[in-house]
Design a protein around this ligand. Structure first.
Ligand code: OAD
Length: 251
């Protein structure tokens, strides 16, 4: 049995399935992963320095313009075979009466474009809110390079993403933790598993008795992985969906 078949067998026998995705699932759509080196104007900055409230308050123009660049590079990107297969996997599982929860660290909207509705634990890059009064704004400022001030309180608008040092959206995180704790199978796809608390979901799943499958061309070698698929998501996930349609339950 190869690794795809092993993962398909686990999914076939599972009742509660939980999936965590990271930047790697969007790599084949042409979106740089978070730990890829910055290029051009931004090559002297680390993503971690730009993605923080302290970085924003120290140099708001710099951080705003970096996010405008990222938004403009993301807005027309399309889901790839990995996103599409994951949506098909969800339909397949739900048709069989299984629960399926997709949790994503990604701030792009490619899962949504593929028809999924992920729990977005790190927010959404296309939305903005006021850094001071938290009033929400939608993404009508895509090409505005100058800073924008809140019409309610005069504070600075910022992207609605979770920055380093900030808390995750409480309700979304609770749903993610709850689904993880009840999972029989947990799929970790395209994440370096370096950023907490998101990465802690993998060990939580394992502690609660789930089998853990990782899909990543650069395996993390975390101790909790049961099945390691060292392939790109856009290759492995369609194969997994095909294998699943041939797989028979052993229970
Ligand atoms: P990273 O950039 O840390 O890791 C991306 C992972 O994707 C790496 O392990 C790659 O090996 C893997 N990868 C690359 N191409 C792939 C492919 N085609 N298929 C599958 N995997 C592939 O991204 P994340 O783990 O998502 O947080 O980073 C986690 C968080 O760190 C992000 O959500 C962001 C960042 O700080 C916030 O924005 C709060």
């Amino acid at each position: 049995m190869n690794y795809i078949q092993a993962a398909a067998a686990l999914l076939t026998n599972a009742q509660h399935i939980c999936v965590l995705t990271g930047a790697g699932i969007s790599a084949e759509s042409g979106i740089a992963t978070f730990r890829d080196k910055q290029t051009g104007l931004w090559e002297n900055y680390k993503a971690e320095e730009l993605a923080s409230a302290s970085g924003f308050l120290a140099n708001p123009e710099l951080v705003w313009q970096w996010y405008q660049m990222r938004r403009q590079s993301i807005v027309n990107k399309q889901p790839n075979a990995g996103h599409t297969a994951l949506a098909a996997l969800q339909s397949h599982c739900e048709q069989q009466g299984k629960s399926f929860t997709l949790i994503s660290q990604n701030v792009d909207d490619l899962h949504e474009k593929a028809g999924s509705q992920p729990l977005k634990i790190h927010g959404s890059i296309m939305k903005n809110h006021c850094h001071d009064c938290l009033a929400a704004y939608t993404g009508e400022f895509l090409h505005t390079q100058a800073l924008i001030y809140c019409s309610h309180c005069g504070g600075l608008l910022r992207p609605s993403v979770v920055w380093f040092g900030e808390g995750l959206p409480t309700h979304t995180w609770q749903l993610a933790e709850n689904a993880t704790a009840h999972a029989d199978v947990f799929l970790s796809i395209g994440t370096s598993s370096l950023v907490y608390p998101a990465a802690g979901l993998i060990s939580l799943a394992k502690q609660q008795g789930a089998s853990v499958v990782e899909i990543n061309p650069n395996p993390t070698h975390l101790p909790h992985i049961d099945v390691q698929i060292a392939s790109k998501a856009g290759e492995a996930l369609p194969q997994l969906v095909t294998a699943l349609s041939y797989s028979k339950s052993t229970t």
